[in-house]
Design a protein around this ligand. Structure first.
Ligand code: MEV
Length: 328
């Protein structure tokens, strides 16, 4: 069996706008998905998932369309786990040329699903890495990131940027603008995450922003304005100017609200963090529910969030310097 892990991430700046070619700056954090892949003697795919902040489950199936598994879990949970793992395994078969090989795939993840912390990207990166290594091939990080991006893009009907998958594969803070993906020098950031216990549907939220852009020119202006904030944010990151980073994160959150992707609980957590003295706070990821990211070197934000109605969990997150980790 080969086992790999990959980190989740927060967006300091630029989610949604990155889908339209603006830059984004996500930052990998030390919450991880770990995937074990073991070759089977038949061509079936068996997926066993645990700790996805949802009930665990096991599915076993032929791995081909038309042979859906017969299991008693919600369709969205199945789609989330199987859709991504299924396409990731297709990439493993493609890279290695072993078209008929079957696998037992075990997923353990501390990253809540659909909450803006890059759970699917982490699972896909770790699954492709472990799957290819199980068959004796170790991918370069760039190819791993590209295959993971192709996987997300296929599952999300082409509505995905390279940001989540590149960040999870390489670790650290990164800058993504279209096909141009690079790592950034980042200071140690005092990141605090607030989680409302919910999730957003990335596909639906991205589609919502797309139709808003088509209907209203303010929405395309907003996407461009987010791009301006990201460019300023990158410079603030290079200077290690935490106050300016926080101010720009606040602006970015306001613009995401204008695009309709915030929610009452995300706004409450953002305001709780700001009132507690955080340098800045914003939603992270697709929005609709899930997580916010705040910058606060003191304990005040974490404490305030833990008393905020609508916040289920608040924790400090370390920057993950390493992306994919090869464990076995
Ligand atoms: C989702 O984590 C981030 C979005 O920008 C979509 C993407 O970049 O693929 C909303």
């Amino acid at each position: 069996m080969a086992v790999s892990s990959a980190p989740g991430k927060v967006y300091l700046f630029g989610e949604h706008a990155v889908v339209y070619g603006e830059p984004a700056v996500p930052c990998a954090i030390e919450v991880r998905a770990q995937v074990g892949v073991e070759q089977r003697s038949d061509s079936k795919l068996r997926i066993h998932a645990e700790d996805l902040s949802l009930d665990g489950f096991t599915v076993e199936y032929g791995g081909t369309a038309g042979s859906p598994p017969d299991v008693d879990v919600s369709e969205s949970l199945l789609t989330a786990a199987m859709g991504y793992v299924d396409v990731a395994i297709e990439h493993v078969r493609d890279v290695t040329g072993e078209e008929d090989v079957g696998f037992d795939v075990t997923i353990e993840s501390d990253i809540p699903l659909g909450a803006g912390l890059g759970s699917s990207a982490a699972v896909v990166v770790a699954a492709i890495d472990a799957g290819t290594r199980e068959l004796g091939t170790t991918l370069e990080i760039d190819e791993l990131a590209e295959r993971a991006y192709q996987t997300e893009s296929a599952v999300q009907s082409g509505e995905a940027s390279r940001a989540d998958t590149f960040c999870s594969a390489t670790g650290g803070a990164v800058r993504v603008e279209g096909d141009d993906c690079r790592t950034l020098d980042a200071p140690d950031l005092p990141i605090v995450v607030g989680f409302d216990g919910g999730a957003g549907d990335t596909g639906q939220l991205v589609a919502g922003v797309r139709s808003l852009r088509e209907e209203y020119s303010f929405a395309s202006d907003t996407v461009e304005a987010i791009g301006d904030i990201v460019r300023k944010g990158e410079r603030a990151l290079e200077r290690g100017d935490i106050e300016e980073l926080g101010r720009l994160m606040n602006f970015n959150h306001g613009l995401l609200g204008a695009l309709g992707v915030s929610s009452r609980s995300l706004d409450s957590m953002v305001w709780a963090a700001r009132n507690a003295g955080a340098h800045g706070a914003k939603l992270t990821g697709a929005g609709g529910g899930g997580c916010i990211v705040a910058l606060d070197p003191s304990d005040e934000t974490e404490t305030a969030l833990s008393y905020t109605p609508g916040c289920r969990d608040a924790f400090r997150a370390e920057l993950a310097e390493t992306g994919v980790r090869r464990l076995e």
